[in-house]
Design a protein around this ligand. Structure first.
Ligand code: ADP
Length: 665
């Protein structure tokens, strides 16, 4: 099937042809046959890099009105927005931040790109533009199964479909075990395919070699003489250097930030330089290109290093720049978003040969490589380690193979020893990914969405809440008409918390506080924590109510990200809390979970120093956090301080510190 044969305008056909898309990939053709250009609902469960964006564009361009593209991450949203905005004649808009607005400026756009949280919050704030949508595309719909955002995604989709019953829904998914369940929920045709534009072979490394699932083997002895390094790491270094010497790029996945940096450091040695040189001298004309995409790879790496330095003169930035000068980078959530973006872009431009990353990279933006090496298949939990889900490992492996550049992609899982080879083989190489199951039954998620349904006037009774939730993935998966009584529990808890109230007619309504909690897009639990803080403030000496007070309240709220508190700094934070206890809303003996509260005090202290002028570098040094951690906490604090100020108005407690701290963040 050719692009020219599709119901697209000549300028759109020309646009796609200019991008190298002339003939449809088989899954794309299947999506067209399933009705994606005719307003039909389609679920496409296909591998990474099989051209899902084009399927989305087909739906958006052929729809009979405005379209919405929902995706999980802001970095992804930006990437897609730029892509859609390049489409001739398409006026695209993006909305990802500010949870307390209806985003009315998006009305009238041809295509809006937003995260599901943003759409959900816009709906809660009265967005009417969602009623005009002709088409909704949901990317990464398998995230329905993720605890935090899955429930938001399914409730939002159910709401959009309830408000516009004729809206076309196109959902794009990674390969999962039960895509049929998602398709049946959305009344959609299912397109399921394992086709990839570049062949992928997956294997396990053990005992000096890789055995791949296509029967081939690769012998790669490890030089065990390297002191201070383990066999896994040495094998990873060999696998990476081998791919680079062959003119490819490599991604290496490890379990933690520290490991990612340590591996990058380990790779910046002569072996990789030799590999880069080998590639430059060129087994093939493409090889030198693969290192740098330009004439002189050494120069390109030096430029990347310089760009990284310019983007932030922190110690992390410096370490990153030093590694980049060798063609290697590390990538994890502790990096500032500017550094992350630069690393991703430089790698895509082939100005970096290797990225050592934590698993989050696999869920993010498009960074294909010749070879993917998964050195660690377990991740740390609070109390030990656990195996990564199959879906997650498959997403990492799926990054292998750059269309038009690599003859094939290779994914290699590194085993600790020969015994583990079989384990990894069964667990990840031959295993199917997990099923996607709804997480809406989680009481906290259900309270959040129940409150929103009542506060937005969709539901005025428990029965109507049930009715509204009837359109969710969760409801489609259970035969129990009252969803097992869980909605009743949620309503009771919300009444208890003062966010809902019974009406005379036997129904329920949101209290002024509940309505504001919903509009501010904080969870009911965060709302309750803020109100507790306000109660405490009301009985404090006004002189003691400072910005630290405001920050302690919001940092202790469940919607704030936790900050790790190490043993070494615990005593100091404890002392800090004692010395400033008059300003804090929680007494030293009152916290239900003292350790969690101390962590909040640490976050509050970091932010207080930040607004008092401490630099990123000072805070990173003093508190052992990454620049990216600081960024994410500042952003959350901004949102939560705004919410707290709005709730303070409702409760009638005057706390100017919320607004003043917010303005100085
Ligand atoms: P994913 O399925 O991971 O979202 P993308 O949509 O990003 O994959 O597509 C991966 C790459 O394949 C892009 O560079 C895109 O331009 C290219 N591509 C998509 N469809 C075709 C096609 N039919 N012919 C040639 N290249 C294509």
């Amino acid at each position: 099937m050719r692009v020219a044969d599709l119901p697209l305008s000549a300028e759109h056909v020309a646009h796609f042809e200019a991008e190298g898309i002339e003939e449809l990939y088989p899954p794309q053709a299947a999506a067209v046959e399933a009705g994606v250009c005719d307003g039909g609902n389609v679920v496409a469960a296909v591998p990474t890099a099989s051209g899902k964006t084009f399927v989305a564009e087909l739906a958006l361009l052929t729809a009979d009105g405005p379209g919405l593209y929902v995706c999980p991450l802001r970095a992804l949203a930006r990437e897609k927005y730029e892509e859609f905005d390049r489409l001739p004649g398409v006026d695209a808009g993006i909305s990802t931040g500010d949870y307390d607005s209806a985003a009315s400026d998006l009305a009238g756009r041809d295509v809006v790109v937003a995260t599901s949280e943003k759409v959900d919050s816009a709906i809660r704030n009265g967005a009417e533009w969602v009623d005009d949508l002709a088409c909704v595309v949901v990317d990464e719909v398998h995230l329905l199964g993720s605890p935090g955002r899955g429930p938001t995604l399914e409730v939002t989709l159910a709401t959009l479909r309830r408000r516009s019953p004729d809206v076309q829904v196109v959902a794009l998914s990674a390969t999962v075990d039960n895509p049929g369940a998602i398709a049946s929920w959305l009344d959609a045709e299912l397109v399921e395919s394992t086709w990839r534009p570049v062949d992928l072979r997956t294997g396990v490394y053990a005992d000096d070699g890789v055995r791949f699932d296509d029967g081939t083997e690769l012998s790669l002895p490890v030089d065990a003489a390297d002191p201070g390094s383990d066999v896994d790491t040495e094998a990873t270094a060999e696998l990476v250097a081998d791919a680079v010497a062959d003119g490819g790029q490599a991604l290496a996945f490890v379990s933690s930030r520290r490991e990612a940096e340590a591996l990058a450091d380990r790779l910046t040695d002569d072996r990789l330089t030799d590999a880069v040189d080998a590639a430059r001298e060129g087994a093939s004309p493409d090889a030198a290109d693969a290192i740098a995409g330009v004439d002189d790879p050494g120069m390109a790496a030096a430029e990347v290093a310089e760009e990284l330095r310019e983007a932030g003169a922190t110690a992390t930035g410096e370490r990153l720049a030093e590694a980049a000068a060798w063609g290697v980078a590390f990538h994890h959530a502790g990096l500032s978003s500017d550094h992350r973006t630069l690393v991703e872009r430089a790698f895509r431009q082939r100005r970096l040969a290797v990225i050592c990353a934590t698993p989050t990279l696999a869920a993010g933006v498009n960074v294909p490589a010749r070879r993917v090496v998964v050195r660690d298949q377990r991740r740390y939990t609070g109390s030990g380690t656990e195996w990564l889900p199959v879906l997650e490992v498959h997403q990492m492996c799926g990054r292998a193979g750059r269309p038009h550049l690599d003859p094939y992609g290779e994914a290699v899982l590194v085993a600790d020893d020969a015994d583990e080879r079989g384990d990894l083989w069964d667990r990840y190489v031959t295993a199917d990914p997990e099923r996607v199951e709804s997480k809406l039954r989680d009481p906290a998620a259900l309270r959040t969405h129940t409150l929103a349904l009542v506060a937005t006037g969709v539901a005025g009774s428990q029965a109507e809440v049930l009715d509204a939730l009837g359109g969710t993935f969760y409801a489609s998966r259970t035969s129990n008409p009252n969803l097992g009584g869980v909605v009743g529990d949620a309503v009771a808890a919300l009444i208890d918390d003062g966010l809902l109230a019974p009406t005379d007619g036997g129904g329920i309504e949101a209290t002024a506080l509940g309505a504001q909690v919903s509009r501010q897009y904080v969870t009911p639990d965060t709302g309750v924590r803020i109100v507790e803080g306000l109660d405490a403030v009301a009985s404090m000496d006004p002189d003691d109510v400072t910005e630290l007070t405001a920050l302690e309240i919001v940092c202790d709220a469940p919607d704030m990200v936790d900050t790790y508190l190490g043993n070494a700094e615990r005593a100091e934070i404890y002392q800090f809390a004692r010395s400033r206890s008059a300003e804090l809303t929680t007494g030293m003996t009152e916290a239900d979970d003292f350790e969690a509260w101390l962590e909040s005090v640490k976050t509050a202290r970091i932010l207080a120093e930040w607004i008092d002028g401490a630099s990123v570098e000072e805070l990173v040094d003093a508190y052992r956090i990454g620049p990216g951690d600081l960024e994410s906490r500042i952003e959350r604090a901004e949102w939560l301080l705004g919410a707290a100020a709005a709730l303070a108005d409702v409760v009638g407690v005057d706390v100017p510190a919320f607004a003043s701290a917010r303005s100085r963040l």
